[in-house]
Design a protein around this ligand. Structure first.
Ligand SMILES: [Fe+2]
Ligand SMILES: [Fe+2]
Length: 308
């Protein structure tokens, strides 16, 4: 049994970034450009160009089905134009945050005897995040919701609180995952039971500490309760992530722990989106979910890509 901590412990660890990565330099630079209202191809291109793995990811996204282009996008400059500045800035933040988590912070658990079990569990986590990103992007395009962020990056990052808790307190976090598994209950409830805090809360602390864009902060903090988001535009984008998350868990990747018992129309996010966007009510949801299963290969590919 690992030593128990009070909830303040987790807040302190996030505030001091103990065992947690710092925000990667490229994300900091992008945030600066956004804040100074200088988003342009000329500003973004050199930043991405000097990071070849990131440039590859940007190209892959521009060539994905999301943009439905007939011809292959070969140049980074073209890819940037296709994706658009606002979305691109959030994508760069999303990819670099994921990479930071993979590369650094809290590696003390590597010596553990059940390290392999942990890595397998986290592989499922990347698949869950990647699937949720993909579904959020598809759903957004289907419903033609205009949100000032990248649905893909919101989906990618929505559960970073889980990684955060794991990096801070691996032993207890693993216990929380086990509890959710045994009880077949919502992982957030199991986290509260074992740790006294949940991943949405802790993820939001980290997103705020890193000063990430509001759309990301809200999606991370409220994807289980989008009605709590104050600003209307972020309430809609957070609702989109709630629905994408549920579809992900219903039919695809559960990360072995999320046992939602509701169907999408019973969720807060459904009501929020359908009150503004009529497309949701008329969407054949079962058909939409069924079609997603055909994308499993693509989801896996993207998951491997974000892990690279
Ligand atoms: Fe979650
Ligand atoms: Fe999730």
């Amino acid at each position: 049994m690992s030593k128990k901590h009070p909830p303040e412990f987790y807040f302190e660890q996030v505030s001091t970034l103990t065992n947690l990565p710092t925000l990667p330099a490229i994300a900091t630079e992008v945030l600066q450009i956004v804040r100074q209202d200088r988003l342009s191809v000329n500003q973004m291109y050199p930043l991405i160009e000097k990071d070849p793995p990131l440039a590859m990811k940007v190209l892959k996204i521009a060539n994905s089905a999301y943009y439905g282009l007939k011809e292959k996008v070969e140049s980074l400059r073209h890819a940037i134009v296709i994706i658009g500045m606002q979305e691109l800035s959030h994508l760069v933040i999303g990819f670099s945050v994921i990479k930071a988590f993979r590369d650094g912070g809290g590696d003390h658990h590597k010596q553990w005897k059940n390290y392999k079990e942990h890595t397998d569990r986290w592989r499922q986590f990347w698949e869950h995040s990647s699937a949720c990103a993909h579904i959020a992007e598809l759903l957004n395009r289907k419903l033609r919701i205009s949100i000032s962020s990248s649905p893909y990056s919101l989906g990618l990052l929505h559960d970073i609180g889980k990684l955060t808790l794991y990096k801070i307190d691996p032993g207890n976090y693993f216990d929380a995952l086990e509890l959710a598994h045994i009880e077949q209950c919502d992982v957030a409830l199991a986290e509260e039971e074992v740790l006294g805090v949940n991943h949405a809360q802790v993820g939001m602390w980290l997103a705020q500490k890193w000063q990430l864009p509001e759309a990301i902060v809200n999606a991370v903090g409220f994807h289980h309760h989008p009605s709590k988001v104050e600003d209307e535009q972020f309430r809609v984008s957070t609702s989109l992530i709630q629905l994408a998350d549920i579809v992900t868990n219903l039919r695809l990747y559960q990360f072995g722990t999320e046992f939602f018992k509701t169907i999408p129309p019973e969720e807060e996010g459904w009501g929020i989106i359908s009150s503004t966007y009529s497309g949701l009510e008329s969407l054949d949801f079962e058909y939409f979910v069924m079609n997603i299963e055909e994308d499993i290969v693509l989801v896996r590919e993207l998951a491997q890509m974000i892990e690279a």
